[in-house]
Structures are given as structure tokens and as C-alpha cells.
Design a protein around this ligand. Structure first.
Ligand SMILES: NC(=O)c1ccc[n+]([C@@H]2O[C@H](COP(=O)([O-])OP(=O)(O)OC[C@H]3O[C@@H](n4cnc5c(N)ncnc54)[C@H](OP(=O)(O)O)[C@@H]3O)[C@@H](O)[C@H]2O)c1
Length: 268
């Protein structure tokens, strides 16, 4: 399968490198279309496939076209692609907020898969939710899922609403985790640790807790009970957070992200 990645930025490059590293795609089958000539020169040095600056030179050779430009660049891109498209081509969009219907109507295509990855895809630890139109065949969908799996874990969802919901949880999620980590690091520094000690204490604690969770059948609540003894230090922290309604605040934040994802979809 010949793949064309449009947009050789953070995500486009991550995808191309990830597919090649996992040997799911050969370099000869990988094409990247990048509009910035400076970036194209840099990409060419990485030996991740053939780099193009003009869609007319590469689009017709592709079976799968990955749309990895910023959402605001989509309308101009669609105009350039539309006259060159073959009806059997499959489109995978990772553009936040750009609806499947917009892609179908702007390009005059039917086979569209929409995915919402997140930043840890850069190290093969991403979480991607994806959905597709009925016209995408089962074989095409499995091939795309195999490609997405090279960037981490994937979940197929039935509707675009679930893509908006995943944007609010796993898409934006790494920033929520960094926000919590940052507060913990501030607390560690206030308690006398230097910068690098604070970073180590906090990052290893997060990593250990997540690994423990993933390797067990216990819920978060059950794990909390194992750490927090009655009248102990952990309980003191948890009680302070309950007083501040921290959990409610986190849920409100995720809902605000969901509402914004829906708004952005309406604007696209
Ligand atoms: N980064 C993330 O964590 C993340 C997570 C989920 C989803 N996404 C989605 O992934 C998409 C890409 O994000 P990104 O962070 O990789 O953006 P990025 O680094 O800005 O990469 C986009 C690239 O596309 C190029 N481009 C723009 N218009 C083009 C065109 N018509 N033809 C060819 N290339 C074109 C841009 O060139 P110029 O710089 O010259 O404009 C840029 O190099 C976005 O839609 C975003 O919503 C990103």
C-alpha cells in the first residue's frame, strides 16, 4: 500500500517514522507532501520516503492519504487536492475538529477515517481513537488500524461524537497530567527538594503508579485504599483535595474541553 502523508510537521513526521520503524511500510511506499521548502529539505535528510512539494506529482500514486496539516490549513489544501483525487482512495484525517462530512464534501470522496491521536505517539505510547465512514472496507480499516497501532494503542469508536469525547480525555489528557505533575513538582520544591530531585520524585511516581494500575485488576479507588491508611499522611492530602472539590474540577475541565471540541467542529 502506497502512503502519502500530507504535512511533514510534528504528527506527519511521527507517523512516517513510526510506520517505517515497525517495518509495516517500506521506504519506497512512503511519500510526504510538505509545502514548506525548508522543511522539505530537512525531511529529505531523514530518509523517510520521497518528499514532494506539489500534490500533482504524488497524489495519484497513493492508496492511503493521511491529512496531517493544521485544521486552519485544511480549506486551502482541499482546494488543491480536489481535482486530483481518485474515488477509490482512502483518507485518514488526524486534524482536530475537522468533520468527516466536511472532508467528504470538500474533496468529493467517500472513504474517510478520522482519528484523534495524542502527543505520546511520538514515542510509540500514544492513544488514538478512530472512526470511519461505511464506505471504508473492513480490509482497509484493519490496514489503517495496524498503521495506527505502531504509534501506541487504538480504540475504534462508532461515532464522531466519541472522537470529540476522546479529544477531551486522551487528546488533551497529556496536558492534564503535566498540569498535575507540575503542581506536585512545585510542592516538592517548596518542601526543600531541588529541581532535578523534584522532577525525578514526581515523574517516577507517576510512571510507577500507572504501570502498577495497568498490570493489575484493581481500580484506582482500590489502589488508593492500599496507599491511604486511616489517619495517615495520604488521607490528609486526599481530605484537603476533597475540601477543594478537586475531582469535580477535573471533571468540569474535561467537559469544557468536550464543549470546545464540539464548537470547533461546528466552525470547520
Ligand atoms: N501535535 C499533536 O499532539 C496533535 C495531536 C492530535 C492531533 N493533531 C493534529 O495533527 C495535525 C498536525 O499537527 P502538527 O502538530 O503536526 O502540525 P505542524 O507541526 O504545524 O505540521 C503541519 C505541517 O503541514 C504543512 N502544511 C500546511 N499546509 C500544507 C499543504 N497545503 N500541503 C502540504 N503541507 C502543508 C505545514 O507547513 P508550514 O509550517 O509551512 O505551514 C507543517 O509543516 C493538526 O491538524 C492537529 O490538529 C496534532
Amino acid at each position: 500500500m502506497k502512503i502519502l502523508v500530507i504535512g511533514g510537521g510534528n504528527m506527519g513526521l511521527t507517523y512516517a517514522q513510526s510506520f517505517l520503524r515497525s517495518h509495516i511500510t517500506r521506504k519506497e511506499d512512503m511519500m510526504i507532501l510538505e509545502k514548506s521548502p525548508e522543511k522539505a529539505v530537512e525531511l529529505a535528510k531523514k530518509e523517510i520516503g520521497t518528499i514532494y512539494g506539489d500534490p500533482a506529482a504524488c497524489l495519484s500514486n497513493a492508496d492511503l492519504i493521511i491529512l496531517a496539516v493544521k485544521p486552519q490549513d485544511a480549506p486551502t489544501l482541499f482546494q488543491a487536492l480536489q481535482p486530483l483525487i481518485e474515488p477509490q482512495q482512502v483518507f485518514l484525517s488526524i486534524m482536530a475538529g475537522v468533520k468527516i462530512k466536511t472532508i467528504q464534501q470538500s474533496l468529493g470522496v467517500t472513504k474517510v477515517i478520522r482519528a484523534m491521536p495524542n502527543l505520546p505517539a511520538q514515542i510509540g505510547m500514544g492513544m488514538t481513537a478512530f472512526t470511519s465512514t461505511d464506505e471504508v472496507t473492513r480490509i482497509e480499516l484493519v490496514m489503517v488500524q495496524n498503521l495506527l497501532n505502531t504509534t501506541g494503542k487504538t480504540i475504534y469508536v462508532e461515532s464522531e461524537e466519541a472522537i470529540d469525547a476522546s479529544t477531551a480525555i486522551s487528546g488533551s489528557g497529556p496536558a492534564y497530567v503535566f498540569y498535575f505533575m507540575d503542581s506536585m513538582m512545585k510542592a516538592a520544591r517548596d518542601l526543600g527538594f531541588n529541581e532535578s530531585e523534584a522532577e525525578l520524585l514526581v515523574s517516577q511516581t507517576f510512571k510507577g503508579a500507572v504501570d502498577l494500575f495497568q498490570k493489575s485488576d484493581f481500580s484506582c479507588e482500590e489502589w488508593i485504599k492500599k496507599v491511604a491508611s486511616k489517619g495517615g499522611t495520604t488521607e490528609a492530602a486526599l481530605n484537603a483535595w476533597k475540601g477543594n472539590h478537586l475531582s469535580t474540577g477535573i471533571i468540569e475541565g474535561a467537559n469544557a474541553a468536550m464543549n470546545r471540541a464540539v464548537e470547533l467542529g461546528r466552525e470547520s
